[in-house]
Design a protein around this ligand. Structure first.
Ligand SMILES: *Cc1c(COP(=O)(O)O)cnc(C)c1O
Length: 421
């Protein structure tokens, strides 16, 4: 689905004229499309069904975009949630995701967060995805205190190297994530872990923005092997998230199609697990980026031009505090002017933050733009607003939604000075 197109020389997103949109809304702001969000979720879920995945449960990774309105759209479609904090748990519930569809990941769950998740409803959450034996012991103690049984899933460290940025790779020994195979076996049968806990699943998540599925396949094979060895009648196998998107045009040919990804997961699970046991666990997915990255853009205004000899800086009103990926990971994001024009020149698109890394793109070919003109940073729906901050004491930006009736809705107000703490 192509979501950004020029009509009569004006850029439209999801059918909406962006110059019109900016008339009533102060830049910079995020815009999301309900149509694209729904399309992405539905193709993911339907793709799983089509590939013969057993009773798929898609748990949206809340950290990619926890906006309540967006999460409630996903909740209505049947989505669950992958959470990493008590705040995300509260948000998921408020957005209408039932507790029985929530998996809790993360290496640093606190006692308060564990208590909250255990007592959130009669049944508690779908699972604690446990990342260390100390954590397991604590969860068991908390469950004992509340007279509950905690549902446990081990996050396995499959010891594979995922080909992605080093800061978003998670599946190897040197990473803090997941348990080594031997720790999983060592824990089984020890009462201090299991008096009030039950092993119900096994998971892997090897990193984010994965475009090459070789490591994914290896990780799923490892998941199957360890799952067979645990001998517990597991209720589910969780293959994690991480499926990438094409931020750069050169990535579009590399980007795995949903159907190919699902076929790989399905055939691997069949071959290495289902054919070797009578047990039929369901399959859990934890996608974030693939669902929401392309459902959002970031609209900025040009503040001014600045020429330093051969360097042409285009200074915009959005900054790295609003959208961090380029400064944090050197990530590429497309930059497209709202008014179509020719005669491109090379420029560096920079924000107002007092950091050299506050740059959305170096040596980009853009037409000459003057103060007040609009520029779009593409594919900012995931790890955008959620990673933002108040750095330089800037208020958080506005978020708006183009809903399925093509109506505009403010889903998060711009933060005024009074609210800055
Ligand atoms: C971040 C994360 C995800 C989601 O990753 P995406 O790349 O956004 O799909 C899924 N599971 C876990 C455990 C995570 O930490």
């Amino acid at each position: 689905m192509s979501s950004l197109i020029y009509k009569k020389k004006i850029l439209h997103f999801s059918g909406m004229d962006l110059s019109d949109l900016a008339k009533g809304n102060k830049t910079p702001f995020f815009v999301y499309s309900e149509d694209i969000l729904v399309h992405n979720y539905t193709s993911f879920y339907e793709g799983a069904k089509k590939a013969g995945i057993r009773k798929p449960l898609v748990c949206f990774a809340m950290k990619s975009n926890p906006n309540k309105e967006l999460v409630s759209i996903l909740a209505d479609l049947g989505s669950g949630a992958d959470i990493v904090s008590g705040g995300e748990l509260k948000r998921a519930l408020e957005a209408g995701i039932p507790s029985e569809k929530i998996v809790f990941s993360g290496v640093g769950k606190t006692k308060e967060e564990i208590d909250y998740a255990l007592t959130v409803s009669k049944k508690g959450i779908f699972s604690f995805n446990v990342e260390s034996l100390e954590e397991l012991e604590l969860i068991n103690e908390c469950a004992k205190k509340h007279k509950r049984e905690a549902r446990i899933c081990f996050r396995l460290n499959p010891v594979v190297k995922a080909l992605t940025h080093k800061n978003i790779s998670t599946g190897n020994k040197t990473h803090k994530f997941g348990l080594l195979e031997k720790d999983v076996y060592d824990s089984l049968g020890k009462a201090k872990y299991w008096s009030h806990s039950k092993l119900v699943g096994l998971s892997v998540h090897i990193g984010s923005q994965l475009l090459d599925l070789k490591a994914t396949k290896k990780a799923v094979i490892k998941l199957c092997e360890v799952a067979l060895k645990t001998k517990a009648p597991l209720e589910f196998l969780d293959v994690g998230g991480g499926l990438g998107v094409d931020y750069h045009p050169s990535e579009s040919s590399k980007m795995p199609a949903i159907d190919d990804y699902m076929t790989l997961v399905s055939t691997t699970l069949e071959k290495y697990y289902y054919t070797k046991t009578d047990n039929v666990p369901r399959v859990v997915f934890e996608p974030g980026r693939r669902i929401v990255a392309k459902a959002g853009i970031f609209v900025m205004s040009v503040l001014r031009n600045k020429i330093s000899e051969k360097n042409h800086f285009l200074i915009v009103d959005g900054g790295m505090n609003d959208f961090m990926r380029p400064s944090l990971y050197g990530a590429y994001h497309g930059l497209t002017p709202v008014k179509e024009a020719k005669n491109a020149t090379n420029c560096h698109v920079v924000g107002p933050i007092c950091e050299t890394s506050d740059c959305f793109g170096s040596d980009r070919k853009l037409p000459k733009m003057s103060a007040g003109e609009l520029l779009v940073l593409e594919d900012t729906g995931a790890y955008g607003y959620s990673m933002g901050s108040n750095y330089n004491l800037r208020g958080r930006p506005l978020e708006i939604l183009i809903n399925k009736k093509k109506k505009i809705k403010t889903i998060n107000k711009a933060q005024p000075y009074e609210d800055l703490t």
